[in-house]
Design a protein around this ligand. Structure first.
Ligand SMILES: C[S@@+](CC[C@H](N)C(=O)[O-])C[C@H]1O[C@@H](n2cnc3c(N)ncnc32)[C@H](O)[C@@H]1O
Length: 274
């Protein structure tokens, strides 16, 4: 199955989902309400808020930063980034149906937001060189078979002195414990995880200097465990299964297994062109 099918097949008919959202939220939906379908990564909305704040601190003196989210999914992080003062935000994703959903969710979002959504491959980006002040990849490099090409493209489209933030799953110390399906892949052929050491070496080899590398594995495991004990307070029946299909509970259980048994880890990197 292609990556486009994995994320997009259940979104060919989006009208029912959008009508349900519009009638449940006539005055618009906020980031917390949309999180079950637009935060398609481990750590949920909290992880995106942390990432946005990390980036905001780097961009602080910049009046109108151009920011790219490469592999933006349903746009949860994009909408948070669009709230940064003066930010000009672009999402790039391979999956056209997710991009359609992201734009539709922008119409519903409170506070109102404005952003650009582009369908394309982060390994061959449709952008001019030296264009962006910052690029984020949040759980998207994990689907890319050519991470070296994706990082070369980041370096090309990033302005000198720009910032790259990666919030990614990495291969853990016990990769043989890995169980599929997982939310980002039905099988090994769609999953492209690298160890922290390999990814760090790759970033440096492709021309980046790593400013910080934060291990979020323990915090993410705690987040994932909290999900099981959560009492369902949401009035909307939103779940990632609307995007990932009826196997989602098994995928989510495997995410917990893989974190617990050291098959995967979670890292956030802040890097700059060397
Ligand atoms: C696990 S989802 C994460 C989505 C989003 N970043 C989030 O955290 O909610 C991975 C996303 O990466 C996108 N993706 C995978 N390979 C890609 C590529 N080569 N170029 C652009 N997007 C890609 C997928 O379509 C999907 O939307």
């Amino acid at each position: 199955m292609s990556i486009d099918s994995h994320y997009g097949d259940n979104l060919q008919q989006q009208q029912a989902l959008l009508s349900q959202l519009r009638s449940a939220c006539p005055d618009g939906a906020d980031a917390w309400q949309l999180a079950p379908i637009d935060q398609l990564h481990s750590g949920g909305l909290q992880a995106s808020l942390h990432l946005r704040d990390t980036l905001a601190a780097c961009l602080a003196p910049q009046p109108a930063p151009r920011i790219l989210d490469a592999g933006s999914g349903a746009g949860g992080l994009l909408r948070l980034l669009a709230q940064l003062p003066g930010a000009d935000v672009t999402g790039l994703d391979l999956c056209h149906n997710l991009n359609r959903l992201s734009l539709a969710l922008c119409q519903l979002y409170q506070p109102p937001c404005c952003l650009t959504q582009v369908s394309g491959d982060a390994q061959c980006m449709p952008f001019a060189s030296d264009h962006f002040d910052a690029i984020v990849l949040q759980h998207s490099l994990l689907n890319m078979p050519k991470p070296d090409q994706a990082l070369d493209e980041c370096l090309r489209v990033l302005k000198p002195g720009g910032h790259l933030v990666l919030h990614e799953l990495v291969q853990g110390p016990a990769p043989s414990q890995m169980q599929f399906p997982v939310p980002w892949a039905r099988g090994q052929e769609q999953s492209h995880l690298h160890s922290h050491a390999t990814l760090s070496a790759l970033l440096q080899a492709r021309g980046f200097q790593i400013c910080t590398a934060t291990d979020l594995t323990a915090a993410t495991l705690a987040w994932r465990q909290r999900q099981d004990s959560r009492t369902e307070a949401q009035t909307l029946r939103l779940t990632p299964a609307l995007i990932l299909g009826p196997d989602f509970p098994l995928m989510f259980a495997n995410l917990l297994h893989n974190l617990r048994h050291g098959a995967i880890g979670v890292m956030q990197y802040l890097a700059k062109p060397a």
